[in-house]
Design a protein around this ligand. Structure first.
Ligand SMILES: C[S@@+](CC[C@H](N)C(=O)[O-])C[C@H]1O[C@@H](n2cnc3c(N)ncnc32)[C@H](O)[C@@H]1O
Length: 161
């Protein structure tokens, strides 16, 4: 099956995911990241969710086109409502506005659990999201700037101790 090719931005996210992780991609849309992870075989479990039925359908189609429908678990729903902390240790929320990411985290305080890794890539309001993280006891371990098709994106790595 053909290997999926990620953009620089999505590749930078993928590179931050540890081998053997159980990953949820929130707001997956096209599903490129979960399909890439499934192809590498480097992670343990892969979940993908989206609030939009049309987006989730796109993701399911990407998985089916690559023969990976059985490897990825898809959920339709908002934020982290579909998950419990026992299912995942790594959460990717990318391509959403900073305020939306903040609101998703606010509704799921368990994201601060020990050992939980958050990989966040806000499209807007980076400062606001960072302020929220600092004010609410999250620890920012790293930030990264990625150039993709002439535009810079900030990735924030939040990891519990
Ligand atoms: C621009 S796409 C980003 C796709 C992919 N994550 C990426 O970085 O390329 C944003 C996706 O987030 C979804 N979305 C927006 N708000 C959401 C929420 N609260 N929970 C889950 N998905 C959401 C949208 O339906 C859309 O498919």
């Amino acid at each position: 099956m053909k290997r999926i090719k990620l953009s620089n931005r999505l590749m930078a996210l993928a590179e931050m995911i540890d081998e053997g992780a159980s990953v949820l991609d929130v707001g997956t849309d096209h599903g490129f990241l979960p399909v890439f992870l499934a192809q590498t075989g480097s992670v343990n479990r892969i979940y993908a969710s989206d609030i939009s039925a049309a987006s989730l359908e796109r993701a399911c189609k990407t998985a089916a086109d690559h023969g990976l429908s059985e490897v990825i678990t898809f959920f339709e729903g908002s934020g982290l409502a579909c998950m419990t902390p026992t299912q995942v240790d790594t959460i990717v929320i990318a391509g959403l506005g900073g305020e939306s990411i903040l609101s998703i985290l606010k509704d799921a305080p368990w994201t601060q659990s020990r050992g939980m890794k958050l990989i966040l890539q806000p499209q807007t309001k980076v400062d606001l999201l960072c302020r929220f993280l600092y004010d609410n006891g999250y620890t920012i371990r790293d930030t990264k700037s990625v150039l993709d098709k002439g535009k810079y994106y900030t990735i924030i790595l939040v990891a519990g101790v």
